[in-house]
Ligand binder design. Structure first.
Ligand SMILES: Nc1ncnc2c1ncn2[C@@H]1O[C@H](COP(=O)(O)OP(=O)(O)OP(=O)(O)O)[C@@H](O)[C@H]1O
Length: 411
């Protein structure tokens, strides 16, 4: 961030802190209600601001009013082009309350369109009265926390019980392989602690626009619709995300993004099997999960915990992928099993969970991930490996769902 930007950031924070939260009698920043602050330079040269506004107890006129005040105050600052405020609640109750239709319209930012971008010149009052009722709004038939995402056929969590095993790499390349097989694919990167999707897809400098219905439009790259917490908030900034806030933010990214129409939405989840992951597995409308692991014993103990977690939440596990299975010397072609051999396969057998396949350590996988062009885009052995995995996954979707998998169109 340049000096000018850090000056502007401070100005915005100062302005936000002048808005007093009635519960704490302190400003929004002093009350720690503002998190994940981000500042990007827009096309006009003016700044685009994004932040998370934490509210207590779910939708309420107070939450709406604080949000409107915050948006207006920020837009009134010189040099600001747009502001996106994501409201999150650390109460478990908000989605369970069935608001009246009138109230739904007023509270649409929380019930459906929590993330919306305000532009300079917007009339706050007029916008509010015209705010759309959420598409597919609060459903009476399904529990709200499992509400299916309209237009998304299958939602697959890619999980790892341990960080750094290549979960995001596998997610990105699998998504591309599925798209190459003719499917419409999206990725939701929910790893609030280190979102890597923007880097892996070369979209780090982009931020999503808001559609007419109030939903955020995913950023399309390499034929994949992508959304990441990294587009909306500065996750590099030191801040403490409380578990329920994370879950609430993730839930909004699922429901408040214009995903339709997708055959598969892959969800890159934060590593681990703690409260956040459990809550996600319980509340997200997941079709199934895939677990990524490296072969060593210490990682495999975590895999068992991961599989158990999904079983507990009645989410079918499509299988386990072993990443970094070996390294092949480019000259001699000798394989070194750096992290041990066949561990994930044996664990899959012991847990009676399908073993989907293994991926070697390949320099180009890391390099292309860092360069924003996942390795599966390029013809060769890496692309072939991911295609095999994708074919297995598409085929195996049939079993847990008890219905036909998405149609594959070969060109
Ligand atoms: N098969 C592979 N060959 C070479 N490098 C790989 C491979 N898989 C992953 N990597 C590299 O390992 C690093 C970690 O991968 P990645 O970010 O995908 O892991 P992760 O499990 O998503 O991590 P975290 O959980 O911490 O977000 C990255 O630099 C990535 O490029």
């Amino acid at each position: 961030m340049t000096n000018t930007n850090s000056g502007l950031k401070q100005t915005v924070l100062d302005v936000l802190d002048k808005i007093i939260h009635p519960d704490t009698a302190k400003g929004l920043v002093s009350s720690q209600k503002v998190q994940g602050f981000s500042l990007q330079t827009g096309e006009s040269g003016d700044a685009k601001i994004g932040f998370i506004l934490e509210i207590d107890g779910g939708p309420s006129p107070l939450a709406d009013s604080l949000k409107q005040k915050a948006e207006k105050a920020v837009l009134d600052i010189d040099g600001i082009e747009a502001v996106t405020v994501i409201m999150t609640s650390h109460s478990d109750r908000p989605q369970a309350r069935a608001p009246s239709p009138e109230k739904t319209a007023q509270n649409a930012p929380l019930a459906s369109g929590a993330s919306r971008r305000m532009q300079k010149g917007d009339n706050v009052a007029a916008q509010d009265s015209k705010r759309p009722v959420p598409a597919g709004g609060p459903s009476k038939a399904a529990p709200p926390e499992r509400a299916k995402i309209p237009g998304v056929n299958a939602m697959i969590a890619i999980a790892s019980a341990k960080g750094g095993v290549g979960k995001s790499t596998v997610t990105s390349n699998l998504a591309i392989a599925c798209a190459q097989l003719g499917l419409k694919v999206g990725i939701l990167d929910t790893d609030v602690y280190g979102p890597s999707l923007p880097t892996m897809f070369g979209t780090a400098k982009t931020s999503p626009e808001q559609g007419k219905d109030g939903k955020l439009i995913p950023i399309e790259a390499h034929g994949i619709k992508t959304m990441s917490i990294g587009y909306l908030a500065d996750t590099d900034a030191p801040m403490i995300w409380r578990g329920p806030v994370v879950v609430s933010a993730i839930n909004q990214m699922m429901q408040d993004v214009a995903w339709a129409d997708l055959d598969i939405l892959f969800v890159d989840t934060p590593p681990g099997t703690g409260d956040i992951q459990l809550s996600l597995a319980q509340r997200a409308p997941l079709t199934a999960a895939i677990i990524v692991s490296t072969p060593q014993e210490v990682a495999l103990a975590d895999v068992r915990r991961g599989v158990a977690m999904f079983h507990k939440t009645h989410t079918p596990v499509l299988g386990i992928i072993e990443n970094m299975a070996w390294f092949e010397d480019p000259v001699s072609k000798n394989r070194s099993y750096i992290f041990g051999e066949g561990g994930a396969r044996r664990t899959a057998e012991a847990l009676e969970t399908p073993f989907l396949g293994e991926l070697p350590i390949v320099q180009s996988i890391r390099e292309s991930g860092d360069a924003g062009t996942p390795a599966a885009l390029k013809a060769g052995p890496v692309q072939d490996s991911f295609r095999l995995l994708a074919e297995k996954i598409i085929a195996s979707l049939e079993a847990p769902l008890g219905k036909a998998p998405p149609q594959i169109i070969f060109e």
